[in-house]
Design a binder for this molecule. Structure first.
Ligand code: HXC
Length: 258
């Protein structure tokens, strides 16, 4: 793998989009390597949290690689290649929390990737935008679906139809990111957040993530049924007992994921 780097330490898989000379644009190769890196992190028992970031000073990711756009796929071939699996699918199948750590440009498909993550932490001066319609296309990996769920129809339509960019501070105001920090603090704040997530009981994290994500799709009663099923499983875990014991004994819990 060359366009995506993975480094695992302290139970965190740091996945880095690594085409800084092209603002980490999503080339065909990078997309495939990103999907593979996520699948590997999900399968690795040492990993409890995934962090996604962009290499270089200037961008998290500037979107699809526009230089590859000259090769136009035939519409049926494009549709065929995307259904039912696409390179974004592993984001929805990963049970571990995925943090997007965003600096610089986060545009087009790059923003769609960030939207597919669970927690977005951004630098104040990060730049978010969906320029696709200006290129005669539109979001293609969930942007038109995830963005309105996250920020509401009005904000989503404004961003998608104008292509206007917003900074990190504004992105937090509209709920596109939940944490915003000065650029120099981004790496340290991301690491502190990831370490805290990694110290929490993995099964509870996975089940809670599943339930919250299902809330986007399910009617309330069905979602509440799912919630009861999931919490019932958690009641039988060792980590649940460990948490209660540690509370009584006034010590830090040590979770094993069982
Ligand atoms: C390929 C890109 C790129 C991209 C930047 N580069 N974005 N290459 N695809 N999306 C390359 C530039 O060609 C240039 O390399 C280098 O990165 C630096 O970029 P500059 O344009 O010289 O820098 P600057 O003037 O500061 O402008 C930065 C920028 C601009 C605002 C990010 O590059 C830009 O507007 N990029 C396109 C952003 C965009 O429209 N993304 C949406 C793509 S559509 P060279 O070697 O040429 O100097 C999309 C659809 C997703 O994402 C659908 C689902 C996948």
């Amino acid at each position: 793998m060359t366009t995506v780097l993975t480094e695992t330490r302290d139970q965190i898989a740091w996945i880095t989009l690594n085409r800084p000379e092209a603002m980490n644009a999503l080339s065909v190769q990078l997309r495939a390597e990103l999907a593979a890196a996520l699948r590997a992190a999900e399968a690795d028992p040492e990993v409890r949290v995934v962090v996604l970031r962009g290499a270089g000073d200037r961008a998290f990711c500037a979107g699809a690689d526009i230089k590859e756009f000259v090769e136009v796929p035939s519409p049926p071939a494009y549709r065929q290649a995307r259904v039912p699996e696409s390179w974004i699918t592993p984001f929805d199948l990963t049970r571990k929390p995925i943090v997007a750590s965003i600096h610089g440009y986060c545009l087009g498909g790059g923003l769609e990737v960030a939207l597919a993550c669970d927690i977005r932490i951004a630098a104040e001066d990060a730049q978010f935008g969906l320029p696709e319609t200006g290129l005669g296309i539109m979001t293609g990996v969930g942007g038109s679906q995830r963005l309105p769920r996250m920020v509401g129809l009005a904000q989503a339509l404004d961003m998608i139809l104008t292509g206007d960019r917003i900074d990190g501070v504004r992105a937090r105001e509209i709920g596109l990111v939940t944490r915003v920090v000065p650029r120099p603090d981004l790496a340290a704040e991301t690491e502190a957040l990831a370490l805290r997530l990694a110290a929490r009981p993995p099964m509870a994290m996975a089940f809670a993530k599943e339930a919250v994500r299902a809330a986007q799709d399910l009617p309330l009663r069905d979602g509440m049924r799912l919630e009861i099923d999931l919490i019932t499983h958690l009641l039988n875990t060792e980590d649940r007992l460990e948490a209660a014991r540690a509370f009584r004994e006034k010590r830090k819990p040590h979770f094993t994921g069982r």
